[in-house]
Structure formats: C-alpha cells, structure tokens
Design a protein around this ligand. Structure first.
Ligand code: ZN
Length: 234
C-alpha cells in the first residue's frame, strides 16, 4: 500500500490490532443470521512524511453509510464546546448575516444550530443520511455528499465561497486526504478561515488510546504534517 499523502510505499508497521468489524456498524436481527464482516486493522507509518494510517480495506461508503449511528448531540459537553466555538469564531472574525459558515461533516447539526441561532447563513456537508436528517429537522441546510475538491468547486458556483469552514473530527476519517484538503482551498474566500480538530499522534501514544483506531480512524497526524499537507495543497 502507498501513503495516502505522499504515495511512498509503506513498509513500517506501528501496531497490528488483528481485525475488527467497522465501528458503529450495529447489526439488525436479520444481520445476526449472516456472517459479520471483519477487516484487518494494521496501522502503518510513512517513513517519508510520517503520516500514520490504517491499511486500506473498508471504503468510505461502508464506514459512513445511511444508517450511521453516531449522533454528536448526545454529548452535552460536546454541545457546550460547539456553542463556545461558535461564539469565539463570531467575535474573532466578525461573522454576520453577510457571512457564510460551512461545516464539513456537520453530523446532526450539533454545531450549526448555534450559527443559525445568530442569523448567520450556513449549511452543512454530511454524507450520512441518518445524521443529515436530524440536522435538517433543526432547520439546517445539508448537502448530503462526501467532501472533496469537486464538490467544493460546485458549492462555490452554487452557494458562493465561505468565510469560515469548520471540520471537527473528520480529517482523520478521510481516505483521500489530498483531495479533501484541496476542497478547503477551493471553498474558502481569500481571507476565509478553516479550523480543524483531529486526534494528535503524540496524545494517542502517550495515552495508549488504541480505541481511536477502532473508531474508523484512518489517519493520525502530527500537527507539523498537517501544516505541510495544507501548504502543499494550496
Ligand atoms: Zn507519506
């Protein structure tokens, strides 16, 4: 397998966790009569750019399907984090009714609901139908597709460029990291801002948080690598 960022052949293994079914892939009664899909869960390190990544087995459509069961709003502490984030961004970047805010992986609208409350135009990009329906029920517009350069170019044409793009805990779930990052450069206004939240490699190692890999995390970053990646993609 080649590195998802720099395409160097991967040969260094960080850890081998055996195999596991996709996270959040809960089984129905009917599913219990059939064999369950398990995938190898080996974590590799690129010796050129140091991106840590899982082996390529399950596609994004399989990990993030219409029945996706993780709804961000179940966590009250996460909701409070989202509310505080929106307040800080509005103040710091003077966002108003003339601005456009986009959240990539908007989930059930846990964050954009606070943007909407302030009368700031916004919409979410969210490919999982289950969570997108919950966001729409809150009155939030949702584009139900996977984010990348092609979609970003279309969104600029259809809705205009964004002043702020939020991407919380999605970067690490993206198989094609270069295409995904390119989407931000396409969709942002020249002085627009994108913010990312993602698990950091050193925290993961210090806390021995192997659960991160089981939770359909595909990539783990060092901050320095993310900066290099963003610069490279424009
Ligand atoms: Zn690499």
């Amino acid at each position: 397998m080649k590195c998802r960022h720099c395409e160097t052949e991967l040969s260094l293994s960080l850890i081998d966790l055996g195999s596991a079914p996709p996270s959040n892939a809960y089984l129905s009664l009917a599913d219990l009569k059939a064999p369950e899909k398990w995938y190898p869960l080996r974590v590799l390190v690129c010796t050129n750019c140091w991106l840590v990544q899982t082996e390529d087995h399950a596609g994004r459509e399989e990990l993030f399907d219409a029945e996706y069961a993780y709804f961000s709003s179940v966590s009250t502490t996460w909701l409070e984090h989202a509310r505080t984030y929106v307040a800080q961004m509005v103040e710091r970047f003077n966002l108003s009714s003339d601005s456009t805010v986009v959240e990539v992986a908007a989930n059930d609208g846990y964050l954009l609901q606070y943007v909407l409350d302030r009368g700031i135009p916004c919409y979410g990009v969210e490919p999982t139908a289950s969570t997108a329906a919950a966001a729409k029920a809150k009155g939030i517009e949702v584009v139900e597709e996977f984010f990348g350069e092609a979609l970003a170019s279309r969104l600029v044409e259809e809705k205009g460029a964004a002043d702020l793009i939020a991407a919380n805990n999605v970067l690490a779930h993206v198989p094609d990291i270069n295409d995904f990052v390119c989407g931000f450069t396409r969709l942002l206004k020249p002085h627009g801002v994108a913010t990312f939240e993602f698990p950091h490699l050193l925290n993961l190692i210090e806390q021995i948080s192997l659960i991160q890999f089981i939770m359909s995390i595909i990539l783990i970053f060092l901050s320095r690598l993310l900066v290099v990646c963003l610069l490279k993609m424009g």
